[in-house]
Write a protein that binds this ligand. Sequence first.
Ligand code: G6P
Length: 610
Amino acid sequence: MCGITGYIGRNEAAEVILEGLHALEYRGYDSAGIAAFENGGISVLKSVGKVAALEEKLAAHGNFAGAHCGIGHTRWATHGAPSDINSHPHGNERIQIVHNGIIENYAPLRAMLIEKGYDFVSETDTEVAAKLIDLRYGESGDPLDALAAAMREIVGSYAIGVLFADYPDKLFAIKKDNPLIVGVGEGENFIASDIAAVLRHTKNYYQLGDLEMAVISASSVQIMDIDKRPLHPELQTATWSIEAAERGGYPHFMIKEINEEPSAVEKTLHPRIAGMLPDFSGEKLSDERLRSAKSVTFVACGTAMHAGLVGKAAIESLCRVPVKVEIASEFRYNNPILTPDDLVIIISQSGETADSLAALRLAKSLGAYTLGIVNVIGSTIAREADNVIYTWAGPEISVASTKAYTVQISLIYLLTIRMALLRGNISEAEARAYTETLYREMPEIIRKTIATEADIKAAALKFADYEDLFFIGRGVDYYLSMEGSLKLKEISYIHSEAYAAGELKHGTISLITEQMPVVALATDEALYEKMISNIREVKARGAKVLLVTREGAKDAAAEAECVLYIPPCDPFFAAIPLATVLQLFAYHVAAARGCDIDKPRNLAKSVTVE
Ligand code: G6P
């Protein structure tokens, strides 16, 4: 969590750093800060609140005019509440640092530093790291020795940008288990948590590896290992354009990203189809793996975990292979039983989620074959998994995940078809028909769904004033209830729960009153009648019902106050348009309530703490 950036070059450092922090706000936005060389020393400014609050403070201070080297931070609090004092940078006159991650052994380090005479002003673990580096710098007189010593002593995860007052023309960085790139420009260089923060200036970057250090001047970048041995990583080039990372005229990134779903699905599926059959040879995903897997386990967090649930339904029904879906943060506690014949699929938009990464490492250590379904190229999960299939969704900026989910489930459907074909569950003709429907029809179905936005908005307005709400469904509709409910609560702050429709009567129906509206998902024709019974049960207790179903569903309008329809489509892929309906519903409820849609309170997009 937290976003860090740094700049050295001919431009105004504060300007470049603020721009970078805005791009990184998806990683956290409860407070922000900046440090830069000014008047022969390091000046620091911090502010609780979003980057805009720091921007105002900085303007009042003259924007650090003339400073050409500095570091910045946007925070998602772990140790210590959001406050000016707890904001980064931390340090003293000799050194200032910005940090993303967690120093797990901060308590003994703090005690040791207090014994050595250090004072602490904040409650953060970062201040401990800053003062540890300062202590070791005081002893060795060499910044790299100090950073290497700190890396040896710190237990935990970190990406840290450092300024040493004695080196006003240099930026330093170290990293372990948290992402950090070094952006390479002409006569200027950068550090950042991800490339989106520096895309305006350069697309070229180095990925810093674990326990590596970087020394950066305006004209050079040196990367070395913890023993100061030079390393020569490959220079990478980002494929994302700045426009792709910006709003493009939409009021929020979330609605822009929903509108990108049809093209994102096309882009993701296209390179994996040959002769209208799924083809993962580009990924070198061996057919044998898919053919012989004894089980599949999806591991992920949040929305990505909900994509795994749709995957479970698809694979179990088409391939008849047992599938488990594990919440990544719980995975290790379940003492997983895995062998080399088991396939573990880690789904992650960012590729950096700490819980998912820990689960991946555990699965690998148990000998399972690990496959990442990841959006961010070169991210840690993508690099560490035995194999990776990228979702080509482009940058997803809004904290609430939309297009990444749609693309994840589309890709999992394609993988399912391949697996079913290889295992002889379906014929080649059937595989071709499924693939054709998925690839040729589903993007258009999403477009048609988005075209019903006015109806979805009208329904949203009828439910926006409630403080509690239930989503119910059966089968895949239940899994989509979970995702619809998560989407709604994360951006509108309405208390919402997803329930298996048939389970409601076993206790929870006691909560249903006229103050508890229900969104009932009933897109599966085979389960429709049963869902109608459940709708009648909640209506009889006073609940107002929004029914989401297929066009032509029997007596839909008579059964619920409000009805939304997904366009006619193959029922096997109905989760795709249904997801779009639920995303648009959540969006319009949140908009009606005046919420900060792209940056909901307490959340962050990339959660790099466990
Ligand atoms: C955070 C985000 C969610 C996301 C989850 C997993 O909690 O707010 O939207 O689903 O992390 O993120 P990942 O990057 O691993 O998909």
